[in-house]
Design a binder for this molecule. Structure first.
Ligand SMILES: Nc1ncnc2c1ncn2[C@@H]1O[C@H](COP(=O)(O)OP(=O)(O)OP(=O)(O)O)[C@@H](O)[C@H]1O
Ligand SMILES: NCC(=O)N[C@@H]1O[C@H](COP(=O)([O-])[O-])[C@@H](O)[C@H]1O
Ligand SMILES: [Mg+2]
Length: 391
């Protein structure tokens, strides 16, 4: 049963994080008449523009997070980013608040050490070799054990922040410093991973719903500076490798528990599949599902978390997304070229409406369908290139 927003019977959902992914989740919640409360670190964040009301707090501040949850008493708390005081979510869950998918999942995936040890050491899944280090001496020892090239990341970071690849020992000190600066908590523990020279990488969107586990068609993507630039669906892969990927994803998702959509990141090399990491929430590379599927990853997340069934997921054929990135400083962002970007058949656009920019920021995404993946990618890239961001 779902009541009407602003009335006693309303079903209240609180989004912790109101970026582009949360905006689409908010729209899907609104479509089913759920009352949406947005929370993020800054005002007028994308999902706040869709929510019934919103709050601006530092979500890493345990007291502020607890206070906003106690004030609003949401039926569902939907984390949209990793950087949240997840220990508070664990405590609130113990008091009966429904944390999506589970407080433990948000805590384990906020920290690379939590999810990596679970996947490799508890579940026995294949991953890159890795070491965790707290000092530069340990770091140098880890590099010599793992060998070059290797990848260095702060344990608490996302979107490639503080991440670099070391190909020559001479780059080690710089990589250490960069990882210390890029960590969410301002320095600290890092992970050194062996570099997997994969043939391709995928996000396998996996949904745990009331009627079981469901998979979307695999999404291929290209990353630059640890951040995604284009994604496409379906990624061609053999039945054997797809089955292996689905088996890995099921193991991870079943262990993390709860209902919701997960973005399982996998590296594929020959017939080998390596687990990389997982988002217990919609994934940025999954933005392509806004054009490639009848139920997008956001619609699927909402269905799952409301305890609704997912009888089928229809995929429309070769599709792609290309991000619209801009760089600069402004709080008066305007977009030109929208008509040109939408000229081709089967093309769509999402402009996230972020209120400002200071540095490089993803502001939108172009979406396209075509007769094959290569054509869909070039159409999406072409559409994205038509958008001129004016400051
Ligand atoms: N061990 C590795 N070997 C080869 N490539 C890697 C490795 N680790 C990461 N990468 C590359 O860097 C990208 C980003 O890495 P990762 O997903 O760990 O970072 P992130 O900061 O969590 O990014 P996001 O938050 O966008 O998922 C991967 O998608 C992959 O392309
Ligand atoms: N890879 C994670 C990811 O894509 N997260 C998405 O980016 C937003 C932050 O954007 P911002 O840095 O521009 O505020 C987040 O709120 C989420 O929607
Ligand atoms: Mg990733």
């Amino acid at each position: 049963m779902i009541g009407t927003p602003y009335t006693e019977g309303a079903r209240r959902a609180m989004l912790l994080g109101c970026g582009e992914l949360g905006k689409e989740v908010a729209i899907e919640l609104q479509r089913l008449g759920v009352e949406v409360i947005g929370v993020d670190r800054y005002a007028n964040a994308p999902a706040m523009q869709v929510a019934h009301r919103s709050h601006v707090i530092n979500m890493l501040d345990a007291n502020a997070l607890r206070a906003v949850i106690e004030l609003e008493k949401p039926h569902l708390v939907i984390p949209e980013i990793e950087a949240i005081a997840t220990q508070t979510l664990v405590e609130m869950e113990a008091q009966g608040i429904n944390i999506i998918p589970t407080a433990r999942a948000t805590k384990l995936t906020m920290d690379r050490e939590g999810i990596r040890r679970l996947a490799a050491e508890t579940l026995g899944l294949p991953t890159s070799p890795y070491f965790f280090c707290d000092t530069e001496t340990e770091f140098n020892q880890a590099i010599s054990k793992i060998g070059l090239p290797c990848v260095v990341k702060p344990v608490m970071s996302s979107s490639g922040k503080g991440q670099s690849v070391i190909r020559d020992v001479a780059q080690s000190h710089k990589a250490w410093q960069y990882a210390q600066e890029g960590g969410r908590a301002g320095g600290g523990r890092i992970i050194v991973e062996g570099f997997i020279a994969f043939d391709y990488e995928i996000t396998l969107l996996t949904i745990s719903a009331v009627n079981g586990i469901h998979f979307c068609a695999p999404i291929g993507h290209r990353q630059e500076d640890g951040d995604y630039r284009e994604s496409w669906q379906p990624q061609a892969m053999s039945a054997e490798v797809l089955a292996k990927s689905q088996a890995i994803a099921s193991k991870v998702v079943e262990n993390l528990g709860g209902y919701g959509l997960f973005g399982v990141e996998l590296f594929i090399k020959g017939n080998d599949v390596y687990f990389s990491e997982v988002s217990p929430r919609p994934h940025d590379t999954g933005l392509v599902t806004l054009i490639s599927q009848d139920l997008s990853e956001f619609a699927l997340h909402v269905r799952a978390i409301l305890g609704l069934p997912i009888p089928n997921i229809h995929q429309h054929g070769p599709s792609a997304s290309a991000v619209i990135l801009a760089e600069g400083t402004s709080s008066n962002i305007r977009y030109q070229g929208i008509a040109a970007a939408l000229e081709a058949v089967n093309t769509q656009l999402r402009l996230f409406a972020k209120p400002d920019i200071d540095g490089r920021r993803r502001l939108g995404v172009a979406l396209a369908r075509d007769i094959d993946i290569d054509s869909a990618i070039s159409k999406a890239l072409d559409s994205a290139s038509k958008i001129k961001v004016i400051f």
